[in-house]
Every structure is written in C-alpha cells, then in structure tokens.
Ligand binder design. Sequence first.
Ligand SMILES: [Zn+2]
Ligand SMILES: [Zn+2]
Length: 168
Amino acid sequence: MHDHAGTQAGSGGCGHHHGPEEALARAEAVCRARDLQFTRLRRDVLEAVASQARPLGAYDIAERLSATGKRVAAVSVYRALDFLTENGLVHRIASRNAFVSCGHAHSDGAGLVFLICRSCGTIDETTSPEVEDQLGRTLAKLGFKPASRILEVEGECGACLERASAGG
Ligand SMILES: [Zn+2]
Ligand SMILES: [Zn+2]
C-alpha cells in the first residue's frame, strides 16, 4: 500500500505549480501498485509535461525530447501520453489539444475543472464536488452517460488580474 504522504501546501490553497519530482514519484508509485511499466519514454514525457505550468502538445514534447539527442517520433509520444492519461498522471486539455501533469491525487473518475488563463497560459486544476453533483444530476435527467466530466473554463488568473490592477 502506498501512501501519498501529503506535501500540504502551507499557504492557503494549492494554486502553485508542482515540480516534476513530485509527478515522477507519484507515477512510480502508481505503476508499482498497478504492476505497469514506467518506461524511459513514459518517464521522459511525464517529466517534460510536469516541468511546464502551461499545457504542452505532443509535437512540442517530441521536439523537446529530440533536442537531447535521439529523435523521438510524435506517435511514440502520443502512445506514452495515452498511457499517462489513462493512469491519471496527465490530463488532456481538449480546447488546447495539449497536456498537463496532474497536480492532485484525486480519484480516477473525479470531476475536474481546469482554469485556463488567456493572458499567461497557465492552467490550474481543481476538483469541485458541488459542480460534480450538479452536473451528475443534470446528466441523469437528460439520460446521458458521461465518459468524462472535465470542465475547461477560460479567463484571467488571479496573478494576471493583480498585475493588471497594479499597472493601472
Ligand atoms: Zn488531476
Ligand atoms: Zn494568468
């Protein structure tokens, strides 16, 4: 049994970007628990995604990995991303066709809300039981069975709003 010993963010909320070390450690634990192979490529792809606060596309990732020497094909990156997505280690941001590493230890089927800043491009991930409940009720009423419950909200992040108001 692996325990996600919480690195509790001390100062109210978890709006900060988590580094690749945390993501890699979690991936290792998940793969060990599920008896899955955490191959070199999967690891490299996750590290590339987790080192960025903004979402990365598969071609960006392939380019980054190829820059260190051996050419990595985008199709291999896609396959690694599929694996990482299936295991909840990265999430696909549909509106950007790009990927971010998961910054939380939530359950696989959890409803997620992504806050996408149009100014600086950062993405914050959050879970909202209220939204999940409401959405679940609405979908049930319509007789719709969701394959995923991921919401993407575009706008301005707190840091950008602060910068804007400070600059007049
Ligand atoms: Zn997540
Ligand atoms: Zn911003």
